[in-house]
Ligand binder design. Structure first.
Ligand code: FES
Ligand SMILES: [Fe+2]
Length: 420
């Protein structure tokens, strides 16, 4: 890869090729429950500073961080029945960016009509599956994808957000990298626990296959064969910026070119005996990436280990210096697909995995290795008999293995839902 190509993949500001492409997709950037006790939240997405608000009618807005009057910070504003009011001189803005009120101007010069000519940057925001999603691209906006797990019942869902200080594309390349699992999570994971000399089953072969909503990766490891669900179905590098493993999503959302938001959405099926389970609200918690005591990255949890790889590649990885091998075939497929989609949108077309048909969006089916266990559920007796290599649904788990710092109340709510 040359420097110019590396820039194409990594730059997402407005007007850049990848920035224009990523703006064609709804991006999850916060949890609905994060706004339970907040009126405003400062948000930075793809290099743009914005403010999210929830007004007194319960409607969301996502508008320019800075007031059109004299540029005060609207994340310190306060909400009204409709819209967000600047705390400096009281101008009020609606979700469509229009200035609704200019208190003193309207008193001093009622005929001016200036407010009708003022409109600030504004984007669509929609709540779905416990997440808040932003759409920053041209109209008409596609639909917020209703991925199959978002329609499942009898599950405990949690959302975990981390700010990872490196470029988003390093995270997304990890979504199509089967071999790292053996090394980063299995072998290094054992070493981190002090186990020396043990090694995990080796990858014997891998394959990649493009489908409607992403590229699946497939693997056969020592002791397994081609009848294994991780070969037949595999896992999905979900378009354009997520990993989907069957029971969880990991979205890699650019904050700017040097930082990303890792947004995880995790589904845990309750045992059959605990049905019906109806989750009242989906908790959202934030997870740190750095150990404040040592200044080093946290390595104790699966996604934290991934973050160590990504930030280690540099804030923006220099891909002119890499040496790709057979293990990286999926990464090459993904990069090529992005380049062709950039051409597609330049010609006015829709890129991969845009959903506009409400019928399709009633439930967008994805490849899922453990669909039956996740949809139908398992009995407590059955869960006890599962061997680790067979347990693709995560049933029976007590600890949350993906990210550090799960709050006690979330852990207790989870254990209670499961009946453990
Ligand atoms: S700067 Fe916002 S109202 Fe004056
Ligand atoms: Fe990983």
């Amino acid at each position: 890869m040359n420097e110019n190509e590396n820039r194409i993949f990594t730059q997402t500001s407005a007007g850049t090729p990848m920035g224009d492409l990523m703006r064609r997709y709804w991006q999850p950037f916060a949890g609905v429950t994060q706004m339970d006790n907040l009126e405003t939240k400062a948000v930075r997405l793809m290099g743009e500073d914005l403010v999210l608000y929830k007004d007194l009618s319960g409607n969301y807005g996502l508008i320019d961080r800075q007031c059109a009057h004299r540029r005060a910070d609207l994340s310190y504003g306060f909400v009204e029945k409709e819209g967000l009011r600047c705390n400096y001189h009281g101008w009020l803005f609606g979700a469509d960016g229009h200035c609704i009120e200019q208190p003193f101007e309207e008193t001093a010069n009622p005929a001016s009509g200036q407010k009708d000519r003022i409109r600030i940057k504004n984007y669509r925001v929609q709540a779905h599956a416990g997440l808040l999603w932003a759409y920053m691209g041209p109209e008409p906006a596609p639909l917020v994808p209703n991925w199959e797990p978002f329609t499942w019942k009898n599950g405990f869902v949690q959302i975990v957000i981390s700010e990872v200080p490196c470029n988003w594309f390093q995270g997304q390349e990890n979504s199509i990298d089967p071999v790292h699992f053996e090394w980063m999570h299995d072998n290094w994971g054992m070493r981190l626990k002090g186990k020396v000399g043990e090694t995990a089953p080796k990858h014997k072969k891998i394959d990649f296959e493009e489908s409607d909503y992403g590229i699946q990766y497939k693997r056969v490891r020592e002791g397994g064969d081609e009848s294994h669900p991780l070969w037949i179905v595999g896992r999905v590098c979900l378009w354009p910026n997520a990993l989907f493993t069957g029971n969880h999503f990991e979205f890699r959302v650019p904050i700017d070119d040097d930082k990303m938001l890792s947004v995880g959405w995790f589904f845990s099926r309750v045992p059959k005996e605990r049905e019906p389970y109806d989750q009242k609200s989906i908790p959202c918690w934030t997870s740190p990436v750095r150990d404040e005591k040592t200044g080093r990255w946290i390595t104790s949890h699966i996604m934290n280990q991934d973050f160590v790889a990504w930030v280690g590649q540099g804030q923006v990885a220099d891909r002119t210096k890499e040496h790709l091998g057979v293990s990286d075939r999926g990464i090459v497929m993904m990069r090529r697909r992005f380049l062709s989609d950039i051409e597609v949108i330049a010609k006015g077309g829709d890129p991969k995995a845009i959903i506009r048909d409400p019928k399709v969006n009633e439930c967008v089916r994805l490849p899922i290795a453990a669909r039956e266990e996740l949809v139908e559920g398992l009995s407590i007796e059955k869960i006890k008999t599962l061997k680790p290599g067979e347990n693709l649904s995560g049933a029976g788990r007590r600890e949350f293995p993906f990210l550090v710092g799960q709050p006690e109340e979330v852990k207790l709510a989870y254990l209670d839902a499961m009946g453990y």
